[in-house]
Design a protein. Structure first.
Lengths: 600, 148
């Protein structure tokens, strides 16, 4: 009897222990093989850097299409496929299909197509995008638009479990790619324009049960913050840090959603992500800093407890969501090697922080057009807002003109890349400004909750430099806070970048070109017109020792809206309005994966 | 005219128009008047951008709820049609019906707005604003007010 009990106990412990370890190990081992692309960012740090160098600055000009794959879905294709040990997992926008493809012969192993309520579609503010799946422990994790998080058997595509992460009837949806750390899968929530209260949730990968859920706003315990031990640039945040910065119960419908990318640092066991805009877009009705919207969170991956926070845009007045990716890189700042977190915010500032302590090291504009704040005060960590661009100070029913960047941000979700070879970050950017007029709106659950009118136009109209392009692809020195080089693009660059050991950087354009540029100079080395505009990320993998480059084309997303900026033939522009053409003249809808290789 | 009444009228005119075509005539002429109602809310001076009043400004504000799909200038996006084109095809009655109860298109799905006071309170303003845009009477984007 005793022996039996002991045996059960041991067996349980082994099962539990091996479960935890193998889940973690499966991701790590898949990532450690540079022939795989096992996680959205290529690695937990989100560098989007590959050690592969067969395709390099000398031979990339010879790149050819090896094979293509149609997803059969029309709307905007963000994110990119994973490749793990000979199998590719391709995801699509709503209805969120997942294809398992054998890369050897390009046959389809299985297709998963969830049945989702079409009523989900109209509550997705900016197209029905999905940014991809996660893989761990023989499972593929898909975060569906209808907020169901599902675990699929990677071999068969059969659903193992499913858990509801929100309520689309109240405006909650999902677009993000989940990530897996140890025995948990992490996901967030979208719906800031519907007054949805943001959170990060961790579910157990074995059965989908909720491990913890930590909100962006509200009481301390619901936010998983410790007034004494959670710090803001080294200082304890104190009790009720969020509640004090909202009027009344506004925080309950106050946004701070979490639809961006998540990264992880194994050494500190911290998971990093940003929170979105406070609701509504009318800042006048929500006095205070509105914490912790627009904030970088560093949370313990086991418990969710926040170690540090940093709010980039207190009391947002321009819709500068803070959700963009947090890239973890070890670089020399001010003569010392630092464990940094580098973040290119919608608000136009690039932040370099110490990822262990949350200390702010560098905060500089990564587009010279940025004008809403003169600089970030390094003592207080706060942006110094220029009064004439403050939509709050100008007030309701007043049109605040020529604010840069536009609500699209200097960069939106499209993730940047970091090369440890050049120590540079490669950043896809928007070069768009706006007029913004806040006004009173009424809140109704499940209804959009915008509260501002907006018009957008090329930044050149504000800077007066005679340019009319809407995007730039830049190389950024995060230690100095300086642009190394900048390549203008006709349209916003809405595609995730890839840097490789071959001294090249890849990105896609809205008019549908996959481009490769020299990592040191930005000189264009290759360009190929894919079937549709690119808002997906460029990834790479090997098959039988040969390097391939992949990208999803399929125009859409909020980029499609930004595209319309300045396209109309109005007369108050730069005299170069003729240079603008409708996006439709360059590209049409339709999801296609293109896979590139050098000729044999 | 209430939305429900609109739909009943549509149903009636649709099924009975062959027999009671006279019913449709007054509706059509009422539509014609409605279609150009925006003219009373726009002032244009030669060489300057046209200005609008509070009435059309409210229409523009209601339109801010539509911008994330139909584009900042109502020119459409990759998943929602140009309203500048669409308002050349549909009359006010059908416009109100679609805004109220939603619409499933070939690519996109429009939500019903009937529960949203930020749109429904200003549905007349919204229609007149978009009709003025569609007819080319005013450009897209923020316009100056002449009544303050």
């Amino acid at each position: 009897m005793k022996y039996h009990l002991l045996r059960i106990l041991v067996a349980t412990c082994v099962a539990l222990f091996s479960g935890i370890v193998s889940a973690n190990d499966s991701v790590k081992s898949a990532m450690s093989n540079s022939g795989n692309w096992a996680i959205w960012g290529g690695d937990y740090a989100g560098t989007r850097y590959s050690e592969l160098d067969q395709i390099n600055a000398t031979n990339v000009k010879d790149l050819q299409v090896a094979w293509t794959f149609s997803t059969g879905v029309l709307r905007g294709h963000e994110g990119g496929p994973l490749v793990i040990d000979g199998t590719m997992y391709v995801h699509t926008p709503f209805p969120n299909k997942v294809f398992s493809v054998n890369i050897e012969d390009q046959t389809i192993n299985w297709v998963y197509e969830p049945k989702q309520d079409p009523d989900t579609i109209p509550v997705m503010c900016c197209d029905t995008v999905s940014r991809g799946v996660a893989y761990a422990d023989g499972k593929v994790f898909l975060q569906q638009a209808d907020t169901n998080l599902v675990a699929l058997d990677a071999k068969t595509g059969k659903k193992i479990w499913s858990v509801k992460n929100g309520d689309p009837k109240k405006g909650s949806t999902n677009t993000n790619a989940p990530i897996v750390i140890k025995d948990k899968v992490f996901t967030g929530i979208s719906g800031g324009e519907f007054g949805v209260r943001g959170f990060l949730a961790a579910y157990n990968i074995n059965d989908g049960s909720l491990a913890w859920k930590c909100f962006s706003t509200g009481p301390d315990d619901e936010m998983c913050v410790d007034p004494q031990n959670t710090t803001d640039r080294g200082t304890p945040i104190g009790p009720d840090s969020s509640l004090k910065t909202w009027e009344g119960d506004q925080w309950k419908i106050g946004g701070g959603t979490t639809w961006g990318w998540y990264t992880y640092d194994e050494e500190t066991n911290l998971v990093f992500y940003g929170t979105g805009n406070p609701s509504t877009w009318n800042p006048v009705v929500r006095p205070g800093d509105n914490k912790w919207s627009m904030t970088i969170f560093a949370r313990d991956a086991d418990t969710g407890m926040a170690k540090w926070v940093y709010q980039m845009t207190p009391h947002d007045e321009w819709d500068y969501d803070g959700v963009n990716e947090m890239i973890l890189a070890d670089i020399e700042v001010g003569g010392a090697m630092r464990k940094t977190l580098v973040h290119f915010d919608r608000n136009g500032f690039a932040y370099t922080l110490d990822r262990v302590t949350g200390e702010l090291l560098v905060a500089e504009k990564y587009d010279p057009a940025v004008n809403w704040a003169s600089h970030v005060d390094m003592e207080t960590g706060r942006p110094v807002v220029v009064a004439k661009y403050s939509t709050d100070q100008n007030g309701e029913d007043v049109n605040t003109e020529n604010v840069c960047p536009a609500a699209l941000g200097t960069k939106d979700q499209q993730p940047a890349a970091f090369s440890p070879k050049t120590n540079l970050f490669y950043v896809p950017t928007n070069h768009v400004c706006m007029d913004y007029e806040p006004f009173q709106v009424e809140y109704v659950a499940g209804q959009p909750y915008v509260g501002a009118t907006l018009s957008m136009f090329p930044a050149g109209r504000v800077t007066g430099d005679g340019t009319d392009h809407l995007g730039n692809f830049i190389a950024w020195d995060a230690a100095k806070g300086e642009i190394k080089w900048s390549v203008p693009e006709k349209f916003s660059v809405w595609s995730g970048a890839l840097a490789t050991a071959g001294d090249i950087v890849f990105y896609g354009t809205l008019d549908g070109h996959l481009k490769a540029v020299d990592a040191d100079t930005g000189e264009q080395l290759y360009s190929f017109k894919t079937p549709s505009g690119i808002i997906g990320n460029v990834n790479t993998y090997t098959q039988n020792g040969k390097q391939y480059i992949t990208v999803l084309s399929g125009v859409g997303g909020w980029a499609g809206i930004g595209m319309a900026a300045g396209l109309e033939g109005d007369t108050d522009g730069l005299g170069a309005v003729g240079a603008y053409k409708q996006l439709g003249k360059y590209t049409q809808l339709g999801g296609v994966l293109s896979v590139f290789a050098l000729p044999n | 005219m209430s939305v429900k009444k609109n739909i009943i009228v549509r149903g009636l005119t649709g099924s009975l128009c062959l027999f009671f075509s006279f019913i449709t005539l007054p509706v059509a002429s009422a539509d014609e008047n409605a279609a150009t109602a925006y003219k009373d809310h726009i002032q244009c001076v030669e060489g300057e951008a046209c200005k609008i009043d509070l009435y059309l400004t409210r229409g523009y504000r209601a339109f801010s709820q539509c911008q994330v799909c139909h584009g900042l200038d109502a020119n459409g996006s990759s998943f929602a049609p140009s309203l500048n084109d669409k308002l050349k095809e549909i009359d006010k009655e059908l416009f109100v019906e679609r805004v109220s109860y939603g619409f499933t298109g070939q690519v996109g799905v429009m939500p019903p707005w009937i529960e949203n006071p930020n749109v429904m309170k200003y549905i007349d303003n919204l229609y007149d604003y978009l009709k003025a845009r569609s007819d080319g009477a005013i450009p897209g984007g923020k316009l100056k007010r002449y009544d303050r």
